[in-house]
Design a protein around this ligand. Structure first.
Ligand SMILES: [Zn+2]
Length: 612
């Protein structure tokens, strides 16, 4: 039975470009798992989008003197370009600044209020009389009352690292220069998380068997030590999602970005369903207790995804589905797993955009191939602890593993076969294969279980390591069989060896495909198959009452050829996660190399770019 798998990936903030730490933290692991499940024939939906609201975006616009739309669209369009180049195969990559996301977020707000999980309360906030408005914490800086640092943010000091109480800040001033500031009372809505605490704890404990220790430990530990406290869900802001109903005095308030950005995991599938002409199809992942939702995020976002987002969904209860479809009593599906990653450092130091101590995704891809990036980021993924991008290691892994172990294996066997068997797979009788041939094929066949098991558990380093181990097995087999010598004395024996190796490579191509989609697809064409392994990414413009936004989409390999199915169902991707069924005598295409060997000097050249 195909499963319904939602791949939900952290929404990148629209005030900075994406670097390798972000890619390995969330986008790439999500893509690998999505591609694997598509190959298995599962019904996958992979979504994310640009987090377009929040004060870092407006602050950047204010400082640069441009409109907020300009800032968020610049980064949003850059993200879409990167994901196409790196093969991050979103079914929908959208934005939080859409009419649909506004409506879905407001519906969640209304459902929570109706169910009694919201209350109003006054708090103090810096106010600028000259600008006649409240200023968000990030807009205010001053002197830290703990360490005396003069450039402290009103809510946090970057020198001593303490979280600050904004009203205690010494000499507060607005970053935008809005005159003297004063503290004023302002009223906000709060989500009463304390009421949902028992349910959230149960939710976490039910997932203890498979959630990563780092994720479960941090989440339960925080709740047990501090409890789930009410949290404000509105802000005094110009830019963002307004409250659903105008109440006097509330016209200038917006939904707090922490509250609404996570709702994107629900609004994006709804948008995807609408623009795909299958309005109700989002329910396959959201109103379906059997659906599995995986959230790919970095460690800084764990609590939002393991505790606050599930609490929002629990508080909404059956209200949301009722409002959106009229059907009563259907609750929203809760997350299955949150395989959050730790951080990736760079050459032993923390990645820092402002110091340009970073490897930027789009810049990297102007000099190197996407699968070289994907491979290094997978073998080095910070799954259980922080990892480090090391340029020397990048070159070594590329040359010793991708090129020497896997790429040369495929290229050497295909080229040898193409030349000596007239561009065809040797015409052998599979029943006549020798014990060593059958034994290798059995080892490779078992890889669909062993690699698959690791992918099911989101152990991606182990999964790619297992695929590479299997490539080593084929190399060992060839060292012994040595068809390059065998052919001089016994062409039939050489034909069996070449057939066996080709069949193993044809299987390995699929085992590597979730990690290395570009080169697996290339290898697939050398084998001369009619249909590709994967579908296509494409860009579309969606118009709504807020204007228009660009979205990235994905078309399944087979959906173009088959008619759309009724009832919101999608034609599944053709199932390819199975051993090769290579036909003796089948025609091949002219093969070529899959990967590029890199000069040792690359490491020094790239290091020289850092920090400048
Ligand atoms: Zn301080």
């Amino acid at each position: 039975m195909p499963e319904n798998i939602l791949i939900a990936i952290a929404w990148p903030y629209s005030n900075a470009e994406i670097h390798v730490g972000n890619i390995t933290g969330s986008h790439l692991p999500g893509d690998i798992v999505a591609r694997y499940h598509r190959l298995k024939g599962d019904n996958v939906l992979m979504v994310s989008g640009t987090d377009s609201h929040g004060t870092p975006v407006t602050l950047r616009a204010d400082v640069e003197g441009v409109s907020v739309e300009e800032v968020y669209k610049k980064y949003h369009n850059g993200f879409i370009d990167l994901f196409q180049q790196a093969g991050i195969s979103y079914d929908l990559f959208t934005s939080t600044h859409t009419e649909n996301h506004f409506k879905v977020s407001q519906s969640v707000f209304l459902a929570l209020r109706k169910n009694g999980f919201l209350f109003k309360q006054f708090s103090k906030q810096w106010y600028s009389p000259s600008a006649d408005k409240f200023l968000p914490d990030r807009y205010v800086e001053g002197t830290c009352y703990i360490c005396g640092f003069e450039g402290a943010r009103s809510d946090q000091c970057d020198r001593c690292g303490n979280v600050l109480e904004p009203e205690k800040l010494i000499n507060p001033r607005a970053k935008t220069g809005d005159g003297a500031l004063e503290m004023r009372d302002t009223e906000h809505y709060y989500l009463d998380l304390s009421k949902l605490e028992p349910e959230v704890k149960t939710f976490l404990r039910e997932r203890a068997a498979y959630m990563r220790d780092t994720v479960l430990g941090e989440s339960l530990g925080k709740i047990e030590s501090e409890g789930l406290k009410p949290r404000s869900i509105t802000r005094d802001l110009d830019w963002g999602i307004p409250l659903p109903e105008n109440e006097p005095g509330w016209e200038t308030k917006k939904l707090y970005v922490w509250f609404e950005a996570v709702i994107g995991y629900l609004s994006a599938p709804i948008e995807w369903a609408q623009i795909s002409g299958q309005k109700e199809a989002w329910r396959e992942w959201w109103a379906n207790p059997a659906a599995k939702q995986y959230y790919f995020i970095g460690k800084d976002n764990i609590f939002f995804h393991t505790s606050l987002w599930p609490a929002e969904l629990m508080g909404v209860g059956g209200q949301f589905v009722e409002v959106f479809t009229g059907e009563k009593g259907v609750r929203l599906t809760l997350p299955h797993d949150v395989p959050a990653n730790q951080f990736m450092n760079l050459e032993g130091e923390k990645i820092s955009g402002s110091r340009n101590w970073a490897v930027w995704g789009r810049d990297f891809l102007t000099r190197f191939d996407p699968d070289a990036l994907r491979y290094y980021l997978t073998v080095n993924m910070p799954e259980t602890k922080d990892s480090d991008w090391d340029w020397k290691e990048f070159v070594a892994r590329n040359n010793n593993e991708l090129v020497a172990t896997w790429g040369n294996l495929a290229n050497r066997v295909l080229a040898f076969c193409y030349k000596n068997w007239d561009g065809r797979v040797p015409e052998i009788d599979p029943a006549a294969l020798r014990p060593a041939d059958l034994s290798l094929l059995a080892v490779i066949e078992a890889g669909f279980d062993s690699v698959g098991k690791e992918l099911d558990a989101v152990h991606l380093r182990a999964a790619v390591g297992e695929a590479m181990r299997l490539a080593t097995e084929v190399n060992k087999y060839l060292d012994t069989a040595a068809p390059w010598f065998e052919i001089k004395t016994d062409k039939d024996a050489a034909a069996k060896s070449v057939y066996t190796a080709l069949k193993a490579i044809d299987s390995l191509k699929v085992l590597f495909a979730p990690f290395l989609p570009f080169t697996s697809e290339k290898l697939h064409t050398f084998f001369n198959y009619d249909t590709p392994i994967f579908g296509e990414q494409y860009v579309e413009t969606v118009k709504d009452s807020l204007g228009e936004h660009m979205v990235l989409r994905y078309r399944l390999a087979r959906s173009g050829a088959a008619p759309a199915l009724a009832g919101g169902a999608r034609e599944p991707q053709i199932k390819l996660w199975k051993p090769s069924n290579l036909r003796p005598g089948a025609a091949l295409r002219q093969p070529g190399p899959l990967f590029k060997k890199l000069e040792e000097s690359v490491a020094d050249e790239e290091r020289a770019r850092l920090g400048k």
